[in-house]
Design a protein around this ligand. Structure first.
Ligand code: MG
Ligand code: MG
Length: 279
């Protein structure tokens, strides 16, 4: 059953989602070679709790997910466990965050580059993020879930030859983290649930550089690419509207600004070290 939200409920969901976005921006500001994903998770959990919310993912599912964030590095697509291993220059890190406050969940994800990444991986990140917005463009009243799915798949798979993960999908979100309908990243136009005003859905392309095939790590949670190549994941929670584009409740604006500032800071550091060597 699909739970339609009132305008007031959507405003509450905006609060939950913007808190998730700010949490991701906090991570964007500190992610760098040498930091561990365990540290990132600690910072995120503290930030969520300091803002009066609880992390949606901690304790979720069976076996219970043990951390605040899903942090998936390189070939890990989603649902990765934070670890104490240090991130290295050239890694990519997908961080998926949920926050529960005022009775509603926020859910959003972003893939970060650590230092300088390979050009083919940089393109994967760009195209996956673009595919999210192509999906969102189709999320208007009167369209169907398949229209979103087709838009994501066509852009990533047909136009760029990437692998679209089949086993994991986006979803409705609200009082529960996962509600109906399911929102796949592959499918046929004009099929699936009809989109109606008041639906809030998490659209989340999970796109692989190589094969679409994935496997379950023995930790019971982490999903990895079968060929070991990189995977990217971007997610927004959006409210479907009548006669207008979807209202994006989460936001990448602060994340992208922090990402830029962080990259400049890192290159300043490297300039400093070059000068030190020259002296
Ligand atoms: Mg998520
Ligand atoms: Mg989600």
């Amino acid at each position: 059953m699909i739970h339609y939200k009132t305008k007031a409920e959507i405003e509450l969901m905006r609060i939950s989602n913007l808190l998730v976005s700010k949490t991701l921006a906090t991570i964007a500001a500190i992610i760098r070679p040498g930091i561990s994903t365990w540290e990132l998770d600690q910072v995120a959990e503290q930030f969520i709790r300091d803002n009066g919310a609880t992390p949606s993912f901690k304790g979720y599912g069976n076996p219970a997910f043990p951390f605040a964030c899903c942090i998936s590095v390189n070939d890990a697509v989603v649902h990765g466990f934070p670890t104490k291993a240090e991130l290295k220059d050239g890694d990519i890190v997908s961080v998926d965050v949920g926050a529960f406050i005022n009775g509603f969940h926020g859910d959003s994800a972003y893939t970060f580059a650590v230092g300088e990444i390979a050009p083919e991986v940089k393109q994967l990140l760009r195209v996956t993020k673009e595919s999210l917005y192509k999906g969102i463009e189709k999320a208007t009243q009167g369209n169907r879930v398949g229209d979103i799915a087709f838009a994501v798949q066509h852009y990533t798979e047909r136009e760029h030859g990437y692998g679209v993960v089949r086993e994991l999908v986006g979803h409705g979100v609200g009082r529960h983290l996962h509600e109906e309908p399911q929102v796949p990243n592959y499918g046929k136009r004009g099929t699936g649930a009809k989109l109606k005003e008041g639906m809030v859905i998490a659209i989340e392309p999970m796109i692989n550089l190589g094969t679409k095939n994935v496997y379950h790590d023995k930790d019971g949670w982490t999903i990895r690419t079968e060929d070991g190549k990189a995977a990217a994941h971007y997610e927004h929670s959006v409210a479907v509207q009548k006669g207008a584009k979807a209202d994006i409740l989460s936001s990448f604006t602060k994340i992208e600004a922090a990402e830029k500032a962080n990259a400049n800071l890192c290159s300043d550091y490297s300039n400093e070290s070059i000068q030190a060597i020259a002296v």
